[in-house]
Design a protein around this ligand. Structure first.
Ligand code: MN
Length: 199
């Protein structure tokens, strides 16, 4: 069973002005699509091709590098599209808000720490909010297309929010201004979806 590119859950221009339509079109239609194609090619004919992308990530050290890069790319982007939405942003509510306050002090302190992880990631990678095995929230970041599900990750957990800081995610609109992209991105975070992942 081959992996497929999930449709964007909104129009390519829906996240403007924070993320522009052309960036979304190329990011989803070219970059994510290439990860799916290359992942399918890397797994073709192997018994592992019937595994879920989560299972593959959890055992990624057993796979060759093309599966790590493209499988991570497929998992990470599939998550990324869903944790954004038009008319979103604001602050989380309920038990997720409580867990954020408990782990980081306040929502603003959480955002500052998350942005530090995102802007401080040298080169390409991701910043994450994860739920660890004890149910506690933590912020981490991974290089390239790695993610915290992977057995090779320094800090492991279940991703409930992720920010892509590869230049392909922002360069057309923000050029070298990664911090501006990271700041604007909070306006499109879909806290309802993040809360579902947390629960
Ligand atoms: Mn990307």
């Amino acid at each position: 069973m081959a992996f497929t590119l999930p449709a964007l859950p909104y129009a390519a221009n829906a996240l403007e002005p924070h993320i522009d339509a052309r960036t979304m079109e190329i990011h989803h239609g070219k970059h994510h699509n290439a990860y799916v194609t290359n992942l399918n090619n890397a797994l073709a004919g192997k018994p592992e091709e019937s595994q879920s992308i989560e299972e593959i990530c959890k055992n990624i050290s057993k796979f060759p590098m093309p599966v790590r890069n493209n499988g991570g790319g497929h998992y990470n982007h599939s998550l990324f599209w869903t944790i954004m939405a038009p008319n979103a942003g604001g602050a989380p509510k309920g038990s997720l808000a409580d867990a954020i306050n408990s782990a980081f002090g306040t929502f603003d302190e959480f955002k500052t720490k998350f942005n530090t992880a995102a802007t401080g990631r040298f080169g390409s990678g991701w910043a994450w909010l994860i739920k660890d095995s004890s149910g506690k929230l933590a912020i981490t970041s991974t290089p390239n297309q790695d993610n915290p599900l992977m057995d090779v990750a320094e800090v492991k957990g279940t991703p409930i929010l992720g920010l892509d800081v590869w230049e392909h995610a922002y360069y057309l609109n923000y050029q070298n201004r990664r911090p501006d992209y990271c700041t604007a991105w909070w306006n499109v975070v879909n806290w309802n979806e993040v809360a579902k992942r947390f629960a």
